[in-house]
Design a protein around this ligand. Structure first.
Ligand SMILES: [Fe+2]
Ligand SMILES: [Fe+2]
Length: 292
């Protein structure tokens, strides 16, 4: 790991912290022409039913799905904090990895508080994770070795980064959300640099089997993130009839869009250490519709 570079990141984190309390203009309310999620990222855009929705329904769809997105981030980050805390106990406090993880933990806790505050600002009521999500989340968090968990975290960060960029660059999105994603993207960029640098050693040493396992861990993490968004209950909330049928259509629609819009960086990352091979490629195509 590049010790000097990591120390530089720790320094930035200490000297230029971005505090959600002051960075986000919490007093600003949504304007009449604001949206909460770019249409491209909603699960229904691209389907014929989307064009039959009223503007109010489209707005509500974006609000509920955005809430679901940040609720899932918060959950994933909380899970990662659990791991980081345990992992830090195995390191010496003067170790650069330990120093960085303390900063990352502080920032991730601030993010979770910020996400919760945004959810309440939007009057959101997120739907809880399914039992399967909870089981796999807790299981992998507890039993996977550190390198696998870091692989999982960087993959989720790379995907959320792309998501954040779509929101930040769209001036129609409610200011509070744009600032929230601004803050998040800036701080996550440091986490990504750190984790990639940490993982460079692991992946350089990894043989075929280990690279295959890394690839699967990343695949499952992303698959989980993706499936936490599309919810039948949201369609019921916005008054769509036949929510069951719409759910099935939306599931495939979102799978396709997610593959087109959100996987580029992660595919590049996995390619760097040859994580696509005969044993993994088919699963990426099957579960995520990835063009690999
Ligand atoms: Fe975060
Ligand atoms: Fe992070």
């Amino acid at each position: 790991m590049d010790v000097k570079e990591i120390e530089r990141l720790v320094k930035i984190s200490k000297e230029r912290p971005l505090m959600p309390e002051t960075y986000i203009p919490w007093h600003e309310e949504p304007q009449p022409d604001n949206i909460f999620l770019p249409a491209l990222l909603t699960s229904l855009q691209g389907l014929a039913i989307y064009d039959t929705l009223t503007p109010a329904q489209k707005l509500e769809l974006g609000r509920h799905e955005l809430v679901q997105v940040i609720f899932s981030y918060g959950w994933g980050e909380c899970m990662f904090c659990l791991f980081m805390t345990r992992h830090m106990l195995t390191l010496q406090p003067d170790n650069v990895e330990h120093k960085f993880l303390i900063r990352e933990l502080i920032e991730e806790l601030r993010h979770q508080e910020m996400f919760t505050q945004v959810i309440s600002k939007l009057g959101g009521s997120p739907l809880p994770q399914t039992r399967m999500h909870k089981f796999f989340g807790m299981f992998s968090n507890k039993y996977l070795p550190a390198d696998y968990l870091f692989m999982g975290s960087v993959s989720v960060e790379l995907v959320t980064d792309i998501y954040g960029n779509y929101v930040r660059k769209n001036p129609q999105v409610y200011t509070v959300l744009r600032k929230m994603f601004d803050l998040h993207t800036i701080e996550e960029a440091r986490h990504i640099i750190f984790t990639k640098s940490l993982l460079a050693e692991y992946s350089a040493k990894a043989g075929y089997i280990k690279r295959t396992m890394y690839s699967y861990v990343i695949l499952m993490n992303i698959y989980f993130i993706r499936t936490m968004y599309v919810k039948k209950e949201i369609y019921e909330r916005i008054g769509i009839k036949d929510a069951d049928i719409v759910y099935k259509l939306a599931y495939n629609n979102y799978k396709k869009k997610f593959s087109e819009n959100c996987l580029k960086d992660i595919i590049k990352f996995i390619d760097e250490w040859k994580g696509f091979n005969r044993a993994t490629r088919w699963a990426w195509r099957w579960l995520l519709d990835a063009k690999v």
